[in-house]
Design a protein around this ligand. Sequence first.
Ligand SMILES: [Zn+2]
Length: 698
Amino acid sequence: MKFLLSFAFFLFAILVFAQSSFSPVLPVDSPVYLSGTFGEIRSHHFHSGIDIRTGGVEGWNVRSIEKGVVRRIKISSYGNGKALYVEHPQGYTSVYCHLRVFSKKIQDLVDSIQRKQEFFELDTVFTGAGIPVEKSEMIALSGNSGGSEGPHLHFEIRDSKNEEPLNPEIFYRGKIVDSISPVMGVIRLFVPSGLDGTFRASPGRDTIEMEASRSCFYWTIQFSDDQTRNGNQNFPYEIEMKENQVSWFHLKNDRFAFWQSRWVDGTVQYPKSEFQAIRIPALPGNRMPLLKTSNRAEYICQLDTQWKHYSIRVSDSRGNETKKVLTIRTPGKEHPADTIALISSPISDKSLKNEGFEAFIPKEAQYETREEIAIYPGKNISKAVVAIMPLGIPFALPITVRVPKNQVPTELSRKLMFMVSDHQGKRTIVIPKITETDYVFSLRETGMIYWDIDTVSPELKSLFDETRVIYGGDTLKVQVKEMLSGIGSYRASIDNKWVLSEYEPRSNQFWIFIPKNIGMGNRVIQLKAWDTKGNASEIKIKLRTMNHPEIGKSAPAFNGKNQKGEDISLEQFKGKKVLLYFYPKDDTPGCTAEACNLRDNYSTLTATGWEVVGVSTDSVKSHDKFAAKFELPFHLLADEEKKTVEAYGVWVEKSMYGRKYMGTDRKSFIIDENGVLIKIIEKVDTKNHTQQVLDALK
Ligand SMILES: [Zn+2]
């Protein structure tokens, strides 16, 4: 009995453990190759997830890594694009970004939300039950949406309690194949007067000797981590530097909070940082929790002339590691001016004032204590209103800049906009808080603030050949030029009814999605766009729309007379594969080439269960002549009433020498033994059409 009891307890313990343990599967099917790692250095932030390569293409299956519920769906033209947040009962949330499309049950919901709000972008959080998903369930297809620079899956695992991102590699230690150790690349030595030397950490050498010209110095060191059979250089998991027992630097990419991500600027050499080059030691103002050592300093000072040895170790999350020793000697105390105290807790609040302008720098905003920052009125020279100098200094916390309202034009204030330019002259729009007397800006870097008046509307230009017919499911593209305040809002409609459209900032295009079931007709497609200052533009496009029959559904029935005047119909071909090919006109060059190619291969086709039916709007008599002249052995349907060409969506407006007329589009449809449409060949290769048809079914 005692045995049974303890056995029952044992079982119970297993059950509890199984319920609470988090053992996620990978979010993609193929072996995982990373093009980006957690904690990697990006512009003003640490990378908060891993980037999984998808072979340069979109459309990979994306799977929920554990059982859970979809808590949030976010769709944006920028940043993470189309993103899904799945909450798991073990206290983690997995995040999947830059997706192309969601699985059907999620996409149906997204479609209905977009229809209801009549807008593309959304951010929906589901309280209560959410949408349940199983472990390994396909939840989306990978894509390239938002600010992505090529198809991939950005994937995160967060702590559900506080949304802090964790390094996903920690959960997949055995599942990411890698036996290559991370390496050190270029090592640069800096002293207070600037660069003092450049060294290469070649793989063979364990010790790198350097002599500094001054007694105080710091390094920047490039790190990179190759993964087996990958080809991407990623950022390693852990970096540590020690001198005897003193840890000068220890970075471990395990977790951080999003608001702390800004401290990346104190981890690299600014204003210009080299690819994945880390500043050692870390600056005093850098309080990033990824840093596990308490030592922070602008410089390390060696005030005697002894050689000192700094051992450095870098490893990936699989434990592959590389070790080196940096050996350094200085001239000792000969430059007393360089002797800089090691500062661990800097600075108090600072308020800089000049002619009514103010910059407030909170304590701990500056990474380095010795930077002298000043504020200068711009005197409205080329619309500059104020400058915070020197340029190129980032802040760990935002600083506040006040500009008196009377320093910028007061008329047309609704069209007034501000930009800040950085050390490279790059201008970014900034939106101030407006008080009774001031415009108040929050800045994360020194810069110059400019104003401008935006009264210019966005310029719209259709990129679509308006003589062509549009099919249900097509995407219409419109180019936009907006020089000043940026796109604020937009709306597309077809015959005055809202239709889904998306702003694509990477290409400066609007994409208008033509509904699948649009049907045949003449339509007016309208797009209206506003910039953020309310200047509007609109474009109207007149088009003819049409539907192809849907693949996977019963092909539209047809019947009529063939070249011999016999009645034929789709019905009578049940049990055979049907190649239904549409062509413009009997006895014209392209049509003859296509017909003759099918004639020459006809016996092969019939032997493998095919029937061939050609369709044009010519008469029975015309078909008879055409068939006789070229000895065509298959049916030619005379569709004089245009019932079949319209049912298959191939009766379209064409133009020749500027003249517009209606005609038959050359397209082929493959129908299976049960009358189901299985394939449409849009671009027919007339001379090799038989081969093209057979290849299409491979
Ligand atoms: Zn990413």
